[in-house]
Design a protein around this ligand. Sequence first.
Ligand SMILES: CC(C)(COP(=O)(O)OP(=O)(O)OC[C@H]1O[C@@H](n2cnc3c(N)ncnc32)[C@H](O)[C@@H]1OP(=O)(O)O)[C@@H](O)C(=O)NCCC(=O)NCCS
Length: 325
Amino acid sequence: MRLIDARRAVDGEVDEHHELQRAASLADYPGAPPPTRETTLARLRDPDVDLGERLFWTARLDGRLAGHFVAQLPVDGNEHLGMVRLVVHPELRRRGIGTELLRVGAAELRDRGRKIVEIVQVETNSPGFRFAASRGFRTVQTSIFQALEIAEVDPDIWAVPPADGYRLVRWSGRAPDDLVESYARARHAMADAPPGESAFRVPDWTVDRVRRMEAGYRENGIERRVVVAVAGDEVVGVTELDLHPLRPELASQRDTAVSAAHRGHGLGQAMKASMLRWITADRPELRRVWTSTAAANQYMADVNHRLGFATMRRYCVVNRALAGL
Ligand SMILES: CC(C)(COP(=O)(O)OP(=O)(O)OC[C@H]1O[C@@H](n2cnc3c(N)ncnc32)[C@H](O)[C@@H]1OP(=O)(O)O)[C@@H](O)C(=O)NCCC(=O)NCCS
């Protein structure tokens, strides 16, 4: 087991990670196209900026890359939590490698003061699910992946103006100074999305956090686009999307939230539609947009369907206490 700096992986190492991810994808998602080398590289290079510092362990067996365990350490109210992904090469499963990765990673997370480990993406009814159950994890949230194939959608369905009394404002990278405070406040509206029993809490959004995150996206070469709904001079709704330089064909639709007092006016749909018009106008190389949302969040899933997204599959989030692992 070794802690590595995945962002500095060189060619031969990227090839090894690619072989691992390709093999795992073919075994675990036989119906889906396996990741390209660029996708593997992007996964090595790009941490999820919103989820804080990233730790990346690799497991080797006789020199061969056998698996990895990636933990992120969120801050601003989530200092109790480590958010984890792990995978073992399909040819090397059931030899205790996953258990060993979990043991080593859990020890470090405990040393860092974390109390709960949450595995962020586990397919129901998969080896991963059975592994998690055998290690004492329980399901705390069910989510869905949705994808929009741009070529298959009539862009007219994105002609959704905001309701009277609201205007939309967009920016890339840096929130304008005159909106940044109410933007940070509006981000708290995510707290009303169905949380399930996930231990992840909506971060304590402040202007300082907004500026730190923006700096993080810039350092990682991620273009963060934001569309907000404004009433008077207050941001009352937000939607956000990431463009990654290594994956020019794919955009990741991230959080969308509308403050409680402004719900019921179709702002979520208007903001997302505006985002889709924006990215398709100036990013002709884009082919698809993906997003995920809690399965219980029927409202958001329906908004996405109306904009052309199709539900691809379900997955769950599992967690347990770090004590005893
Ligand atoms: C989950 C995963 C990392 C497990 O790796 P692994 O090295 O095979 O795990 P281990 O050998 O340490 O398994 C430990 C125990 O988990 C359980 N387990 C693991 N895979 C299982 C399976 N396919 N069916 C039933 N139980 C299973 C067993 O109790 C096993 O102990 P045993 O082999 O003595 O019976 C691997 O299957 C994987 O990469 N899956 C795809 C990615 C994924 O789902 N990640 C999320 C993980 S929660």
